[in-house]
Design a binder for this molecule. Structure first.
Ligand code: NAD
Length: 255
């Protein structure tokens, strides 16, 4: 199994791609810590993993809160004795995030708190443990919007994902010598509640996104998680500091 006995913390593991990741990681032998702001959603994932014969444990975590992030890492150590993978997946994309000229400061701050501070805090507490162990893999979920301008702007979200790519590169350089690899994934539009809840209300946004994608469809969660599986496993032992795009080709499409 590709992740035999690896302890993998997945933030936002209660829904969307995080839940699919928990299931797929556990199937590959990982011990999964589901760090999720909704206790109910986290417990639901643990149930799904155990029903499928895997190992998982939930810890109620708001990634934007320092005490929660510290407790999340401690939970992994207390429950499974180590932390091999930190999969920073939790992210938000509020409907009220538009252009800088019409986005409230409160929305900007909320997006930055979850999407950027959340990654910072997870790394702050997980990396010292990984350095002690001499190994670890940080997987940060950015987005294809970190690479492109967009005429349907979500400027807080876009900026937050750009920050994740810069931080990933800095972490890769700092902690690569200690055996801790850091990489980012830039998913294209994927069929999860985060995107679909919004697009079902905006047919035009849906049409534009589908028209731009050479594959003519949205991604499936497992198509992103397959990349994360590679990054979590030792197969990626010489992959460090990369921004890996999995988007069906939307980001290379000029017309
Ligand atoms: N769906 C897409 O099209 C798409 C595209 C590119 C990038 N992404 C990114 O992928 C990641 C996962 O997206 P998704 O589509 O699965 O989202 P989702 O909304 O379906 O699921 C996100 C999960 O994170 C949890 N969460 C939210 N805030 C949290 C917090 N403060 N602390 C802990 N957990 C929290 C939610 O409860 C939920 O279970 C996000 O970072 C998102 O920005 C998604």
């Amino acid at each position: 199994m590709r992740l035999a006995d690896k302890v993998c913390v997945i933030t936002g593991g209660g829904g969307g791609m995080g839940r699919v990741a928990a299931l797929m990681f556990a199937q590959e032998g990982a011990k999964v810590v589901v760090a999720e702001v909704s206790q109910e959603a986290g417990d639901g994932t643990v149930q799904a993993v155990t029903d499928a014969g895997g190992q998982a444990s939930a810890v109620e975590t708001d990634v934007s809160k320092e005490d929660d992030a510290r407790a999340m890492v401690q939970h992994a150590i207390d429950t499974y004795g180590r932390i091999d993978v930190l999969y920073n997946n939790a992210g938000i994309m509020p409907a009220a995030d538009h252009s800088v000229v019409d986005t409230d400061v409160a929305i900007w701050d909320k997006v930055m708190a979850v999407n950027v501070r959340g990654v910072f805090l997870g790394c702050k507490f997980a990396i010292p443990r990984m350095v002690e162990q001499g190994s670890g893999s940080i997987i940060n979920i950015a987005s294809f919007v970190a690479l492109l301008g967009c005429s349907v702007p979500q400027d807080a979200y876009t900026s937050s994902k750009g920050a994740i790519l810069s931080l990933t590169r800095s972490l890769a350089v700092q902690f690569g010598p200690n055996g801790v690899r850091s990489n980012a994934i830039c998913p294209g539009p994927v069929e999860t509640p985060l995107l679909m809840d919004w697009l079902v209300k905006d047919e035009e946004a849906k049409r534009i996104r589908l028209a731009r994608n050479p594959t003519g469809r949205f991604g499936k969660p497992e198509e992103i998680v397959n990349m994360a599986l590679y990054l979590a496993s030792d197969e990626s032992r010489w992959t460090n500091g990369a921004s890996l795009v999995v988007d069906g080709g939307i980001s290379v499409n000029y017309f």
